[in-house]
Design a protein. Structure first.
Length: 191
């Protein structure tokens, strides 16, 4: 299910300024102050790092402001307001039931992209959505999320998961409306 940004009953896509977002991510991550972001510098932005190859159109293993602006412009030009999204979580190659999965928008996108979350069921699958009160009236009660770049945090009430999956997450995902991913799987290891 997709709500597009056109028409009377439409849902507008999040308001993200690609130029401002690119400036902000470079300000936050460019440790050597050369105006380019390497993969190691993007450890601070696991969402952007997860889509590094899609942004690095020059193939030089660094992201420029222009590359970031181009990808963000293309991503938000599609006009998708909200859409259904599911993911799957495994732990040591087995489905992880009862995990809480949070898609936290990367801060450089601004405040218009909202946190989305969900809990895994028996097969390790979770429907991810923003809070009901953040949804427009016609979408309330549905699990929907926005296009964006997210750091992913996974916790479990009974299983102590390594910090690299939650408080110090290295997990990220770019939720692009044209992503070919059928099912996104987060494969966690207990050690």
């Amino acid at each position: 299910m997709i709500f597009l940004g056109c028409g009377k009953s439409s849902v507008k896509p999040p308001s993200v300024n690609p130029g401002s977002a690119a400036d902000k991510v470079i300000e936050l991550c460019d440790k050597d102050a050369n105006g380019l972001l390497s993969a190691s510098e993007l450890a601070a932005s696991p969402g952007l790092l997860s889509a590094f190859a899609q942004y690095d159109t020059s193939g030089d293993k660094q992201l420029s402001k222009e590359e970031i602006v181009a990808r963000l412009t293309e991503m938000y030009a599609v006009g998708t307001g909200l859409s259904a999204f599911n993911c799957r979580v495994t732990l040591d190659n087995r489905p992880l039931k009862g995990a809480h999965v949070r898609f936290v928008p990367e801060s450089f996108l601004g405040e218009d992209v909202k946190l989305a979350e969900g809990d895994t069921e028996g097969g390790g699958s979770a429907s991810i959505g923003i809070a009901d009160e953040e949804l427009p009236a016609q979408a309330r009660g549905l699990k929907l999320m926005q296009t964006g770049i997210y750091r992913v945090e996974i916790t479990h009430p009974k299983t102590n998961l390594p910090a690299k999956y939650n408080s110090q997450t290295t997990l990220g995902y770019e939720y692009h409306p044209t992503n070919p991913d059928d099912v996104v799987v987060f494969r966690l290891q207990s050690k």
